[in-house]
Design a protein. Sequence first.
Length: 291
Amino acid sequence: MFAGRLCDELSSFDKKNKYYFYNTYYSRKDRFRFMLRLPFADRVVSLNGVSDRSGSLDWVLRFRKKLVMLWQGTDVMLAVERYKDNSILAKYINYATHYTDAAWLAEELSAIHIPAELLYFKSVVSNPHAEKFNEINAYSYIPKGRELFYGLDILLAVFKNLPDTKLYIYGTDGAGFEKTGNVFYKEWMPMVDYKREISNHAVYIRLSQHDGFSMSVLEALASGCEVIWNHPLKDCHYLQGNEKELTALICEIKKTIINRDQFRNKDSANRIRERFGKEKVLQAFIDKITR
């Protein structure tokens, strides 16, 4: 879980402060532990924005503890929906300080009168990879049950017209969708195996209907992979159009990789590692939330 990992990274990096992670959504035991710790805490950081009732945050307000909300994606979508149907609960929102790591999410929040400052809290580390790709293929991660939300129908239509390019789909088995000879469903696998497999792919495609600042995009870029994303980020290939544009973009990227003799994109990888290096991101995060 990302929140637990962030807490561990902060604890290792910052010896002046203490950080504790509690899964108050799904663990009754953690809710109890949270309540025991709360009177002694200086502030509470919620790893998502909250726009409906939260028993844990009710106690944060009662104890008058500082509250920070980090908005990440689905929470923004829910807040916008609740704002539109007039069911949004504003008491935590009005009390808290807000951050998000995606400029487009900040715009969505601003439109419903939630001022969120841009603050990165995801980082990347350098992992060894082969200098070259053995072949030029593509991959995407699509959770089972959310195929349409993550654009599987679009990918299948595009790769049907690109028979010489392989596409590997992780997460879903593609049940109920058309099968083509160049699309391979790898389904779910342990994270260690997944990361080993995706290191062999040259192009990562992410087409979710709504998205936050994707960790998988950062990791792909840091590995020297070319990334196609329907959200704007420097060093990504920004897809704004339809299937025809995606097809042309894939063909253009393949030519680019061939022209550099199938070497990884080292320049892009270095920029991402510099911009989102762990120490840099953690220090900036600490400076903001502890001020």
